[in-house]
Design a protein around this ligand. Structure first.
Ligand code: ZN
Length: 308
């Protein structure tokens, strides 16, 4: 997701970690605060030395499904994935940082597999593409390629790796495992989903997020609804689980229907507005003309059109 609060959240975590490691000896346990979460006035303070000191999250790898590895710093920052097949491995997104504790993202991937890599970005936002240059070639949608090239041109930063566009229906062959590209542009005009045809996992980037989908407005909500309808009508029986890029994964495929229904209600003007603190990321919404809509387990942050 393209959101300043992610990098801000990481900065806060690093600051808290530095303070804790420098001053913690003999001090009361430090309580890292989530972005936007206000400390409750008058809340009882932890006493004694039995409480574990809260540690800052570290970039860590977990095997979340058979031969599907997640590399993530906590759960609400970007979760990137490595799918290992017989002949090749597919990397989904390249993290929000280029390294952690001096170790490059490519080396986290190399700790999982030494097989040849195919690297794909679900969309061109910077928190999903930070370590792209550590790989020779990166695949993404044509709109995504244009956005990354335009960003590089603006910053006068040379492209040190090859960007290759892929279309809906393209299949990445890992040997015993085929991964299919499905266009789902809304949160980003360059979004694709990746369907693991063997296991039925659908990697959704930021277009399905159990926390909230951000970047919705009167135009993108229609695109998002059309995408959810397409996934529900054309692909649902082939999907077993969804694997989003933020706020924990895998989740059930029912989220496709939850978002389809929520989007329809937003377009009809009947969706339920819920408080900011309803979601796991309290930093959203971020401005006065934004609202958080929620139905079932689906939530979006929606920017209302300007009043005339
Ligand atoms: Zn995004």
């Amino acid at each position: 997701m393209k959101r300043p609060s992610v990098s801000w959240f990481v900065v806060v975590l690093i600051a808290v970690f530095a303070i804790v490691t420098t001053f913690a000896q003999g001090q009361p346990p430090a309580q890292p605060q989530r972005a936007g979460q206000a400390a409750a006035a008058g809340a009882p303070q932890a006493r004694g030395t039995t409480q574990q000191q809260a540690a800052a999250p570290r970039l860590a790898t977990r095997e979340v499904a058979d031969d599907v590895y997640q590399i993530a710093l906590g759960l609400d920052s970007v979760c990137m994935y490595v799918l290992v097949g017989r002949d090749r491995a597919l990397v989904v997104d390249t993290q929000t940082m280029t390294e952690f504790e001096g170790k490059k993202i490519v080396d986290y991937v190399r700790d999982i597999t030494r097989k040849p890599l195919i690297v794909v970005n679900t969309h061109p936002h910077s928190d999903h593409t930070a370590a792209n240059a550590q790989f020779d070639e990166v695949f993404l949608s044509a709109a995504g390629v244009e956005e990354i090239k335009a960003g590089g041109a603006r910053r006068s930063s040379p492209m040190t790796y090859k960007l290759t566009p892929v279309k809906e229906g393209h299949v990445f062959d890992l040997g015993d495992r085929q991964i299919e590209v499905i266009d789902i542009p809304a949160h980003s005009s360059g979004s694709i989903a990746l369907l693991d045809r063997k296991a039925g996992y659908l990697f959704t980037g930021d277009e399905i997020d159990p926390g909230q989908v951000v970047g919705m407005n009167p135009k993108t909500i229609q695109m998002h609804h059309a995408n959810m309808k397409k996934l529900y009508e054309k692909y649902y029986s082939r999907i077993t689980q969804l694997v989003p890029a933020h706020n924990g994964a895998p989740v059930t495929k029912r989220y496709i229907k939850y978002f389809m229904d929520l989007d329809a209600k937003i377009m009809a003007g009947t969706a339920t507005v819920v408080p900011t603190a309803d979601g796991p990321n309290y930093a959203f919404p971020v401005s006065e003309n934004q609202v958080r809509y929620r139905e079932n387990f689906a939530a979006v942050i929606y920017t209302k059109p300007a009043q005339k």
